[in-house]
Write a protein that binds this ligand. Structure first.
Ligand code: PD2
Ligand code: ZN
Length: 303
């Protein structure tokens, strides 16, 4: 039977009422999926009501959201103003090409402080398609680390769906993990599992840091496992019709999504200092959809 991807006023009221009674979003999604709603749709609609609508029945979910300016939220500005990050020799190798075990990766452009590199040909088109195919069946609503508790939390600032692959999960993933480690010039063992993200129209990731701020109580539990994140590689798995660039608002830099290409940046020095200038986000997808894979490297082995 065809899955339901629209919401009647009765269902809207049911969601609002039950959220108002204190039911968890997940319990409502479970009921909706049982009643034949499309799981991604149920997830998105419950999330919409839980974040934007705290009473009464909402008008229909906006189909074409307005592009959000990349504005730093409070606390971020202070961190940037107090920036005393000491730049060191980048981990990333010099040169126009990076010769990995099985592929030559091209370096298209670089920014020095903070250190950012835009790369081409990191994955072949076939590898991009294969990753998307493998991920499709296991997508879940993306979460962030709650700064207070350290627990995974669904927030409005991150409207994507995603999944993880364990490091070296299978031969295909191991090949990509090895290549990525050579590109990032950091050991495979220090890497978190590949994270795949899928953004539909309106999907975005507001500006944030990929590192765990020491001052956030929720960071402790993450820092205990492998230490701080030191660098990020975002590989674009498809061309996006409109929107979906990765933005560095403090630098006035945007990187457009291009299938097989990537952006690399690093933000933790050898003393464990972190660089707030690497504030970055994913702009809303305006047309089509966006698939990426993200690799985060840690100071130490991530076990
Ligand atoms: O999708 C992006 O462009 C994006 C932007 C910022 C992804 C991430 N951060 C991330 O995965 O950390
Ligand atoms: Zn990020």
């Amino acid at each position: 039977m065809e899955k339901i991807t629209n919401i009647s006023p009765d269902w809207q009221k049911w969601i609002v009422d039950n959220l108002g009674r204190g039911c968890t979003a997940q319990s409502l999604i479970d009921v909706m999926v049982e009643k034949n709603f499309d799981p991604m749709f149920a997830n998105a609609i419950v999330f919409h009501f839980s974040t934007t609508h705290k009473g009464g029945v909402s008008p229909v979910l906006a189909a074409q959201p307005v592009a959000q300016p990349a504005v730093a939220s409070s606390g971020v500005k202070e961190r940037i103003a107090a920036n005393s990050y000491r730049y060191e020799t980048p981990r990333f190798k010099p040169g126009n090409f990076i010769q990995t075990n099985d592929r030559v990766v091209q370096v298209v452009s670089r920014v020095e402080k903070p250190y950012i590199a835009v790369l081409d040909d990191v994955f072949s088109h076939e590898e991009c398609d294969e990753l998307v195919k493998l991920s499709q069946a296991r997508l879940k609503r993306s979460t962030i680390v709650d700064p207070k508790t350290g627990q995974d939390a669904v927030i409005e600032e991150r409207t994507s769906f995603g999944t993880f692959f364990h490091v070296n999960e299978n031969e295909f993933i191991a090949r990509l993990d090895r290549r990525i480690s050579e590109v990032m010039n950091w050991p495979v063992e220090n890497g978190e599992g590949l994270q795949i993200l899928n953004y539909k129209v309106g999907g975005e990731y507001k500006p944030h840091f990929d590192y765990f701020p020491e001052s956030d109580p929720g960071s402790r539990v993450h820092l205990d496992r492998g230490g701080q994140r030191v660098s990020t590689l975002i590989v674009y798995l498809n061309d996006v019709e409109e929107g979906g660039s990765t933005v560095f608002p403090e630098l006035g830099l945007t990187v457009g999504p291009k299938k097989g290409a990537a952006v690399y940046f690093e933000y933790t020095n050898s003393s464990g200092q972190v660089d707030p200038m690497t504030l970055h986000g994913g702009l809303p997808v305006l047309k089509g959809e966006k698939w990426i894979v993200t690799k985060w490297m840690r100071q130490r082995r991530f076990g």
